[in-house]
Design a binder for this molecule. Sequence first.
Ligand code: SF4
Length: 342
Amino acid sequence: MLNLEQCQKKAVCLIDVDSTIPNLALMKISSFFKKNGFYVDLKKLNYKGYDHSKREITIIDGSQYDKVFISAIFTLNKNTVVVNDCIKVIKGGTGYYGSNPQWLPWEIEHIYPDYTLYKNNNYSLGFLTRGCPNNCKYCFIPKKEGRLKEHSPLDEFYNPNLPKIMLLDNNFLACRNCIKLLKKLKKTGKKITFKQGLDFRLLTKEKAKLLADLDYDGEYIFAFDRMSDKPIIEKKLEIWTPLVKDWKTKFFVLVGFDTSLEQDLDRIYFLKKNKCLPYVMRHSNCYSSENKPFYTDLAAWCNQPGLFKKLNFIEFLKKRHVTRERYNQTVEIIKKHNLIIH
Ligand code: SF4
């Protein structure tokens, strides 16, 4: 990637296949090449990760570029781009490499991102830490990134001209320096958000206070993936709830992996009772499960906060399904599993 001598055209093309936020890796590659006198072209495609319908192929004319970089986040999208007439096409992202990533060279990974690449971006973006000390069976982060370590100091990616900061860390609260880092974030005076779920089990009074003191952008997002975490989440809510407004806290709730439908509903009702929002994350098992209609409806209910707060699940089903047939599919599953709906 770094052999620039043979580059005649002094131009690179960056293809963002499916990012839902500005693609940090491409912003860093852009910085690196611009610094070396290259023209950088971004092509933003809009493939969706969860849409299983047939993909149309996008054909890119690569003849004007020395190198073309393609980044895909979702595996479903990895075959969506064909580049013609360019001998150096470099692919990256979890869509291509899953848990065996191709890391950027150090001098690109730690370069200041090119914030001009994406118009209308409001965020300084980066990873203060990478990795995770846990080893959840359904997650590839520990395999991909290894044990938790500090990754970039805030200054490496902080842009004082942008109003917000988005942290992409996977388990920030597990970092032994997280208190220091939270204070540093507070000092910027910017709106802050952690894109991935934070680990609620690791909250202490001090961490909770600092986190709640941030000018937080959107809801605080944590994870409630395992049924066995309910007692500790209940305990930590005693610290957390007095510090934040009702419904300002959201929990990712993994379903379809190793929990029963009853346990899924139990976690969801528990969150509702505590004025927290669930965000149902369907494991890929859900899509081939005989309970698929139930999972689909559960996610549709929980992941629309306005409807979730206003309607119970049955009311939601009646509103959602105009045909009796589809409504009955979910109701039959509810009956079969003796689920209590309230
Ligand atoms: S705590 Fe989060 S990031 Fe760490 S292994 Fe579990 S799911 Fe993955």
